[in-house]
Design a protein. Structure first.
Length: 257
């Protein structure tokens, strides 16, 4: 009898469990983790300053060193920074911040020299070497004529003004355009020529094998000091000659043979 009661009780319990639709209990959501703290913004690098030091040499038209080496102005383009050379030609540009600069060297009567894209790191002293300024040539070439023979261009003209003793230099600029000049954008090539100054007549020549035969070329000649300086134009890649005489020759044309 007891066995029967237990069996009936067990059967009733199973029937109850199978007849009920018992959903499982959802698990408890875990808590969201806390957001990490934002990192601090990096601080800007400290601006560095320092000095630019150098010497400037001054030379006369005849190639000799000038007696007075002082008085050259050095300026930093785009800033108010400047300096003047002392009796030894030395200068100091102080308090220059890190950057890339164009430096300009000038003195009345001398050709202006430029140093492009000088990169200054700062935090110390940078030495830039010894740029040279030469007095502007004070003689002229006039009445220029040109003739051509196979492989050679001949030049003739008249020299006047204060001419260096015995010999001097001239620069002849060459272009396919009649607007030829010493400006880098106005010439395609040039020739530096030695001339004899014992006479007022100028006779010189240069080889033309590097030119195109049959081409008409235009020439213009400038006086230049014996110690001529130049720097590169960063637009054309050609040279500036800052100490050329201010009065160039007339333009002449000739056909290359």
């Amino acid at each position: 009898m007891k066995f029967l009661k237990k069996s009936l009780l067990l059967l009733a319990l199973v029937s109850f469990l199978t007849s009920c639709n018992i959903n499982g209990i959802d698990g408890i959501d875990g808590k969201d983790g806390k957001d990490g703290k934002d990192g601090k913004d990096g601080t800007n690098s400290q601006t560095l300053t320092g000095d630019i030091v150098g010497f400037v040499g001054l030379y006369e038209v005849d190639g000799y060193k000038s007696l007075i080496q002082a008085g050259v102005s050095i300026t930093v383009e785009g800033t108010t920074k400047s300096a003047i050379t002392d009796v030894n030609g030395r200068f100091v540009l102080s308090g220059i911040t890190t950057g890339i600069y164009n430096l300009v060297f000038s003195k009345a009567g001398y050709g202006t020299y430029k140093m492009f894209c000088f990169q200054f790191v700062g935090g110390g002293t940078a030495y830039i070497g010894s740029p040279v300024l030469t007095k502007i040539a004070n003689f002229n070439i006039s009445g220029l004529t040109a003739t051509s023979s196979v492989g050679v261009i001949n030049l003739n003209g008249t020299i006047s003004g204060t001419v260096p003793t015995l010999y001097a230099y001239i620069v002849t600029f060459i272009s396919s355009n009649a607007l030829v000049s010493s400006q880098p954008s106005n010439y395609e090539s040039f020739k530096i020529l030695n001339i004899n100054t014992s006479s007022s007549s100028v006779t010189t020549s240069f080889g033309s094998t590097d030119l195109v035969k049959g081409q008409t070329i235009y020439l213009r000649t400038y006086a230049t000091p014996l110690l001529f300086n130049y720097y590169t134009d960063i637009v054309t890649g050609r040279y500036y000659f800052p100490s050329l005489g201010p009065n160039p020759s007339n333009v002449v044309s000739v056909i290359v043979k």
